[in-house]
Design a protein around this ligand. Structure first.
Ligand SMILES: Nc1ncnc2c1ncn2[C@@H]1O[C@H](COP(=O)(O)OP(=O)(O)OP(=O)(O)O)[C@@H](O)[C@H]1O
Ligand SMILES: [Mg+2]
Length: 369
């Protein structure tokens, strides 16, 4: 099923929770909705499921107007965050539930349901759990069963709202790979919500970055990583160092910065902001430079340097501890900062403006530092 969302808005009381969502999901695609808490991810999912209704906008699935359909007519598989299984039912009965509650005319016979459940148990590799109760399962096993229950009804669309949210990192990684396999085998159109970047990028065909009720960017992992469309996306993607620069004839200039690695682009002259990841800042000793190393800590692999500028305040840089240059990077050393990759946005002078026009400036990153 292909899903087309257009002009979708939703307001709860005084809060605009969705502000004009435009999104197309192709048949068989796995799309991740990525965004901070409160950005409207669950609300969008609930509207697609028919559990919530928009104030305006359209939702078409395979050309059909889904806003005219009740939730049960849409045949959605939904896995909620921390979705509780029915505690008094075995895994087998939990999986069968969605089929047994169908209206009599559509309900498969008992033998058909049993065969379907067996097939799912094998497919999801949980055969040995079939007769257990939910309290006898680990968190990861419960999430597999929850997904199985959503798949049992052969959904038109599969909606997963942070299904691995409560689990630890190693189990999440396993389940991610497992889910990708399940998705490839079923070919179902899937929307997966997460606020974990790594999870979104590893799982999804395309990632949709949401911020405060708007879609900030849609794209593949590399494009979002290298060319964030707005300061919001740049920050969300880890470009947490922001430095003022001046643009002149397509070149950026900043105090104590070497910006020659950034590509030259057609940019308006004037003040701008540079967004950089700490690992894309390479401090080099230079007695004439204005930056000083304020502190140096190590996590074994990486040095984290806090850098201080007399006018601009502090910035952080992450440097591989074993890099040959690392030895000279000691507290109080004067350094010039080579910026290996970053994104520049012209300063938006309109008061209260949310995001500037994107003007990405990404370098070809050096392999060694
Ligand atoms: N039924 C409701 N009534 C009033 N406000 C609501 C309701 N549901 C959600 N909201 C508000 O809408 C905003 C978006 O909520 P939503 O649950 O969609 O966010 P989210 O992106 O899923 O966040 P999280 O990552 O924390 O799950 C929040 O500010 C939330 O408080
Ligand atoms: Mg949510």
């Amino acid at each position: 099923m292909s899903i087309t969302v257009s002009g979708l808005t939703k307001r709860f009381g005084q809060t605009d929770v969705l502000r004009g969502i435009e999104l197309g999901v192709e048949q068989g695609e796995l799309v991740a909705l990525l965004g901070p808490s409160g950005s409207g991810k669950t609300t969008l999912l609930k509207i697609i499921a028919g559990l919530e209704w928009p104030d305006a906008g359209q939702l078409d699935v395979n050309g059909q107007d889904w806003l005219r359909l009740a939730a049960q007519e849409r045949r959605i598989g939904f896995v909620f965050q921390n979705y509780a299984l029915f505690p008094h039912m075995t895994v087998r009965d939990n999986l069968a539930f969605g089929l047994t509650v169908r209206p009599r005319a559509e309900r498969p016979g008992r033998a058909v349901i049993a065969a379907k459940v067996d097939e799912l148990l094998h497919f999801l590799q949980i055969v040995d759990l079939a007769d257990r109760y939910p309290t006898q399962l680990s968190g990861g096993q419960r999430q597999r069963v929850a997904l199985g229950r959503a798949l049992a009804i052969e959904p038109n669309v599969l909606l997963l709202d942070e299904p691995f949210g409560a689990l630890d990192a190693a189990i999440r990684r396993d389940l991610r790979r497992w889910l990708r396999g399940v998705h490839e085998a079923t070919g179902s159109t899937t929307i997966f919500v997460t606020h974990d970047q790594e999870e979104a990028f590893e799982l999804a065909d395309r990632v949709v970055v949401m911020g405060a009720g708007r879609i900030e960017q849609i794209g593949h992992a590399d494009a979002i990583h290298d060319h964030p469309a707005s300061p919001f996306v740049a920050r969300f993607m880890g470009a947490t160092v922001e430095l003022p620069v001046t643009l002149h004839a397509g070149r950026a200039d900043g105090s104590g910065l070497d910006l020659s690695a950034l590509e030259r682009r057609a940019l308006p002259d004037g003040p701008a902001r540079l967004f950089v990841r700490p690992q894309d800042i390479a401090p080099r000793p230079d007695p004439a430079a204005p930056w000083r190393i304020a502190s140096r800590t190590s996590n074994g692999a990486q040095l984290r340097l806090v850098l201080r500028h007399p006018d601009l305040g502090e910035a952080e840089a992450d440097v591989p501890r074993r890099a040959s240059a690392a030895e000279a990077l000691t507290p109080d050393a004067a350094v010039r900062l080579t910026i290996e990759a970053g994104t520049i946005f012209p300063t938006d002078r309109r008061p209260g403006a949310a995001s500037a026009e994107p003007v990405p400036l990404t370098s070809h990153k050096e392999t060694a530092r």
